[in-house]
Ligand binder design. Structure first.
Ligand code: AMP
Ligand code: DBH
Length: 547
C-alpha cells in the first residue's frame, strides 16, 4: 500500500482516563490475556458450539495461537487491519482472537455485505487482508474476494475458511510461535474497528480499545446475570455489536460460559439448539422476538432453559413487549445500545412497567447522558430531546473521518447519538425516534442517503427520495420514491428491475428498497428549495395519509 497508514487512535482526556481507572472500569485487561487466562482456568469447559464444532477453551486458545503465528508468517505486520467477513461459525472467534494475538486489527463486516461495502472498508481501514468463508448463506465469498483484489486497493492476502481455491486456507495457516508478540498489547490501544449503521452515506469505522470494550461486556455480565454456567445463543450475526458485547459472546467468554452459534435466527433452527444445548440467554431484534413468541406456542422443543431474552437494536413498543413476555418462558430485558459505545439495559429485577415501557438505563455510573434541545440546552426530565453521551466505553471519534467527527461529536467530546429520547426518573430512557434520516430495518441501520446515491446512478431514475415507512414485521421498511427520467411511460423501469439492478451494484441485500413508488414530481414548497430531510418527511406523511 502506497498510502501513508492512518494511525489507529482512541483517546480520552487524561483526567477521564485517571477517573475510569480509579473507578476500576479500566483494569488493563486485553483480549490476548483474556483468552489465555480463560484457557488456563476453564481449559476443558466448552467455549463454543457451532455446527459440528465443539471447542473447549483450551482448543479455542490453541487455534487462535496457530492462526496468529500463521498470519504473521504470511507477512502481515502487527497493527495492520484485516476485514473479517464470517457468518455464525466457530471459526469467527478463532480468527478474531487470532488477530488480537498477532496484534492485527479486525474490521467486522457482516455476511450480507457485498463489493461496495467491502471495498469501502478496505479503503477506509487500509486493510491488508480479508478473511471469508468459502460459501455462506448460498453466496460464494471467494468470488467477492476476487472482485476486491482486482480493484487494487492495497489488499494483499485473502484467507478462506473451508475450500480456499487459489487463496490461503485458514486450516493451512502455520507459523513459528516465536513470531508472536512477547508482550500483551497496550490496553488503551485500538483492538478492532466495529462498523456503524451510519445516517449519512457509507458505514463509519469505530475504533474500540481493549480497556473500554472489555469494561463494557464485563459490566454487562453483572447486569445481565452472565456466569460460568451461562449458555448464550448467538442468533443475530456474530459480528453485530449486540451479540458480540451486550454481553454477547465476549461477555460469555469473559465469564467462562458457553457460546452456541445458530446459523439462522429463525425459530425452526434456533429452538432446536436452545433445547439441545440448554441455552440460557439470547439477544434478538424486535421482529424476531415477536416471531419467537408466536412460534413458542406450538414448538415441540423444550425452551424451559431460557433465563433472559434480550431485545434491542430497534424500538420494542410496550404492546410488542407484552406479547414477547406472554409468549416466552424467560425474563425480558430491553437493550438500547450502539456500536459507538453507550449501552442501556432494563435491569432483571426492574418492575414490569419499566421493563415493558423503557429501553433501560446506562451500564456505568460514569456514563454521562445529556438530553438536549435544538440549541443544545438540556430539556427538563420527561421531555423529548437529542441524546448525547460520553463515558468510559463511548468513542471520542471515528477512524479516518474528519467530516463525520466534526458532525458527530461536541467540542467537549459528547457523541451525538442521533436518537431522540426522553429520560424518566432514575435515568431510564425511552427512545422516541431519531434526528437523522436513517432507516432501522429490523435492527439494520440503513442510510437513506446511501440508498438514494445508488438509485440516482440508475439511467432511468431522474430523482429519488428514500424514506422509512412503519412496517408491522420489520419495524420500518425502505421505501424509495422515484421520479423516472423522461415522460414516456414505456421507459419506466419496473420495481423488480430496479431492485435487481441495485443488487448488481454489489450492495448488502438489506439495503435494497422493499418498496418503490413512482411519482411524477416532488412537490416543492412555495419557497422553492426544500431540504432532503423535509422532502422525505413530507413524502412519508403523504404516503401514510393515503394508506
Ligand atoms: P449503530 O450506531 O449502527 O450501532 O446503531 C445504534 C442505533 O440503533 C441506536 O443509536 C438507535 O438508533 C438504534 N437502537 C439500538 N437499540 C435500540 C432500542 N432498543 N430501541 C430503539 N433504538 C435502538
Ligand atoms: O443496535 C445496536 O447497534 C445495538 C443494540 C443493542 C448495539 O450496538 C448493542 C446493543 O451493543
Amino acid at each position: 500500500m502506497t498510502d501513508k497508514p492512518i494511525p489507529l487512535r482512541q483517546t480520552w482526556p487524561a483526567e477521564l482516563v485517571a477517573r475510569y481507572r480509579a473507578a476500576g472500569h479500566w483494569r488493563g485487561e486485553t483480549f490476548p490475556a483474556l483468552l489465555r487466562e480463560r484457557a488456563e482456568r476453564f481449559a476443558e469447559r466448552t467455549a463454543i458450539v457451532g455446527g459440528d464444532d465443539r471447542w473447549t477453551y483450551a482448543e479455542l486458545h490453541r487455534r487462535a495461537e496457530t492462526i496468529a503465528a500463521g498470519l504473521l508468517a504470511r507477512g502481515l505486520q502487527p497493527g495492520e487491519r484485516v476485514v473479517v467477513q464470517l457468518g455464525n461459525i466457530a471459526a469467527f472467534y478463532a480468527v478474531v482472537f487470532g488477530l488480537f494475538r498477532a496484534g492485527l486489527v479486525p474490521v467486522y463486516a457482516l455476511p450480507a455485505h457485498r463489493s461496495t461495502e467491502i471495498a469501502h472498508f478496505v479503503r477506509k481501514a487500509q486493510a491488508a487482508a480479508y478473511v471469508v468463508a468459502d460459501r455462506y448463506d448460498g453466496f460464494d465469498h471467494r468470488s467477492l474476494a476476487r472482485e476486491i483484489l482486482a480493484l487494487g486497493i492495497g489488499l494483499r492476502e485473502v484467507v478462506v475458511v473451508g475450500d480456499a481455491a487459489e487463496f490461503t486456507a485458514l486450516d493451512s495457516l502455520a507459523g513459528d510461535p516465536a513470531l508472536l508478540p512477547r508482550e500483551d498489547p497496550d490496553p488503551q490501544s485500538v483492538a478492532f474497528l466495529q462498523i456503524s449503521g451510519g445516517s449519512t452515506g457509507l458505514s463509519k469505522l469505530i475504533p474500540r480499545t481493549h480497556d473500554d470494550y472489555i469494561y463494557s461486556f464485563r459490566a454487562s455480565n453483572a447486569i445481565c446475570g452472565i456466569r460460568e454456567d451461562s449458555v448464550y445463543l448467538v442468533a443475530l450475526p456474530a459480528a453485530h455489536n449486540f451479540p458480540m458485547s451486550s454481553p454477547g459472546a465476549f461477555g460469555v467468554f469473559h465469564a467462562g460460559g458457553t457460546v452456541v452459534l445458530s446459523p439462522s435466527p429463525a425459530p425452526e433452527a434456533a429452538f432446536a439448539l436452545v433445547a439441545r444445548e440448554r441455552v440460557t440467554d439470547v439477544g434478538l431484534v424486535p421482529p424476531l422476538a415477536l416471531l419467537w413468541a408466536q412460534a413458542a406456542a406450538s414448538t415441540p422443543h423444550d425452551l424451559s432453559s431460557l433465563r433472559v431474552l434480550q431485545v434491542g437494536g430497534a424500538k420494542l413498543t410496550p404492546e410488542a413487549a407484552r406479547r414477547v413476555v406472554a409468549g416466552l418462558p424467560a425474563r425480558l430485558q430491553q437493550v438500547f445500545g450502539m456500536a459507538e459505545g453507550l449501552v442501556n439495559y432494563t435491569r432483571l429485577d426492574d418492575d414490569e412497567d419499566t421493563i415493558l415501557g423503557t429501553q433501560g438505563r446506562p451500564i456505568s455510573p460514569d456514563d454521562e447522558v445529556l438530553v438536549v434541545d435544538d440549541a443544545g440546552n438540556p430539556v427538563p426530565e420527561g421531555e423529548v430531546g437529542y441524546l448525547l453521551t460520553r463515558g468510559p466505553y463511548t468513542i471520542r471519534g471515528y477512524h479516518n473521518d474528519d467530516a463525520a467527527n466534526a458532525r458527530s461529536f461536541t467540542a467537549d467530546g459528547f457523541y451525538r447519538t442521533g436518537d431522540m429520547v426522553l429520560r424518566r426518573p432514575g435515568g431510564y430512557l425511552v427512545v422516541q425516534g431519531r434526528a437523522h434520516d436513517h432507516i432501522n430495518r429490523a435492527g439494520e441501520k440503513i442510510s437513506a442517503e446511501e440508498v438514494e446515491d445508488h438509485l440516482l446512478a440508475h439511467p432511468q431514475v431522474f430523482d429519488v427520495a428514500v424514506v422509512s415507512i412503519p412496517d408491522e414485521y420489520l419495524g420500518e421498511r425502505i421505501c424509495a420514491f422515484v421520479i423516472p427520467r423522461g415522460d414516456d411511460s414505456s421507459s419506466k423501469p419496473r420495481p423488480p428491475e430496479i431492485k435487481a439492478w441495485m443488487r448488481g451494484r454489489g450492495v448488502a441485500a438489506f439495503k435494497i428498497p422493499d418498496q418503490i413508488v413512482f411519482v411524477a414530481a416532488f412537490d416543492q414548497t412555495a419557497v422553492g428549495k426544500t431540504s432532503r430531510k423535509e422532502l422525505r418527511a413530507r413524502l412519508r406523511a403523504d404516503f401514510l395519509s393515503k394508506q
